[in-house]
Design a protein around this ligand. Structure first.
Ligand code: ADP
Ligand code: MN
Ligand code: MN
Ligand code: MN
Ligand code: MN
Length: 337
């Protein structure tokens, strides 16, 4: 007999931004397979998910990977269900009604490594500011790149866990970084981003460094905010072969700006100002190679005879990738209907 540690991970009910929660379940002789994972429960009254009088919420395992850092352990992403087995209102994953894996997503997750002692990003002196933006993006060297040991440990961990990471880079602000994860299927894309976020938070603990997911943690100062650009495609876009199809899909986003912004993360008005490589939250625009547009058509798309994907640049770093993917699928599918 051997005992394994199963870390059940879920999203709490806090508004407007949900956070990760988790607890450990010890099981005997676990096979490693999702279907062999039992349901579990937690106290929803401590996570804004249930009243104290009837506080149990259910945890339904939906995605499992080997824990790359803990001995004899797995990470188990869960959906939250009500006691009667129906999806809890906080459960964005359950709002994905399409999961045939024809939709592919590549999320670019930006974030700040944050010093809890100074309440500033790594690389910021405790009084005042570092040199203005310019040298930090894709930088090397102790004057410009801050927290690389955490970023590298995280990269190794997500590779070891089997997540489909495609790259990392230092970002435009000091202490700001990005990782990219690509997945086929909206649910899987969200699962992978959330598990990657979980591992980053946990690794940060070891260094006494927090992760700040807020989209504009330095406020109105002249520092970039954090996004989670959503690159997406389905066979309609991958096989399009004409500019008209790309225009039609982009135009389908125009009348539903509000519906998209509603799930693209809290405080996005502070980030989508029209400055710092963003479009204004009040406008809708798209264009080839245009990093000031709401949706960018990558330069490779026309070069490949109008085949490929689109980048919605509006989702922010704190958005729930399940909700973002669900909404994008809905809009793109309205074109095919
Ligand atoms: P940039 O910083 O130039 O916007 P990145 O290289 O950081 O771009 O991210 C682009 C992402 O696009 C990649 O991570 C990749 O996963 C994603 N991507 C590439 N091709 C497709 C596709 N056909 N469908 C969906 N996503 C894609
Ligand atoms: Mn207890
Ligand atoms: Mn990028
Ligand atoms: Mn970026
Ligand atoms: Mn991008």
């Amino acid at each position: 007999m051997s005992l394994v540690k199963l870390e059940y991970i879920w999203l709490d009910g806090y508004k407007p931004t949900q956070s990760l929660r988790s607890k450990t379940k010890i099981e005997k002789d676990f096979s490693g397979k999702l279907e062999d994972l039992p349901m579990w429960s937690f106290d929803g009254s401590s996570t804004e998910q249930a009243p104290g009088g009837s506080s149990d919420c259910l945890l339904k395992p939906v995605f499992v990977v080997k824990d790359p850092q803990r001995k004899n352990a797995f990470l188990v992403m869960c959906e939250v269900l009500n006691a009667d087995g129906t999806p809890h209102p906080s459960n964005g994953r359950a709002t994905i009604d399409d999961d045939d894996n024809d939709f592919w997503f590549g999320f670019e997750q930006e974030y700040f490594l944050w010093d809890p002692a100074t309440n500033k990003p790594l690389g910021f002196p405790s009084g005042g500011y570092p040199a203005p933006q310019g040298p930090y993006y894709c930088s090397v060297g102790a004057n410009n790149a801050f927290g690389r040991e955490i970023v590298e440990e995280h990269l190794d961990a997500i590779i070891e866990a089997g997540l489909n990471v495609e790259g990392i880079n230092a970002e435009v602000a000091a202490g700001q970084w990005e990782f990219q994860i690509f997945s086929k299927g909206a649910k899987e894309a969200g699962d992978q981003i959330w598990v990657a976020r979980y591992l980053l938070e946990r690794i940060g603990e070891k260094y006494g460094v927090a992760v700040n997911w807020h989209c504009k943690p330095l406020g109105a100062l002249d520092w970039n905010g954090s996004g989670m650009h959503a690159n997406f495609s389905n066979s309609l876009l991958r096989d399009a072969g004409s500019k008209e199809i790309f225009d039609k899909v982009c135009e389908a986003f125009r009348p539903v700006v509000k519906e998209h912004i509603d799930v693209y993360g809290a405080d996005n008005d502070k980030r989508l100002t029209g400055k710092h490589e963003t479009a204004s939250i009040h406008d809708f625009s798209y264009g080839v190679s245009d990093r000031g547009a709401s949706i960018r058509i990558p330069v490779m798309v026309p070069a490949k005879g109008w085949r490929g994907y689109l980048e919605d640049r509006r989702p922010n770093s704190a958005a729930d990738p399940y909700k973002v993917a669900a909404r994008i699928i809905k809009t793109v599918k309205s074109v095919e209907a």
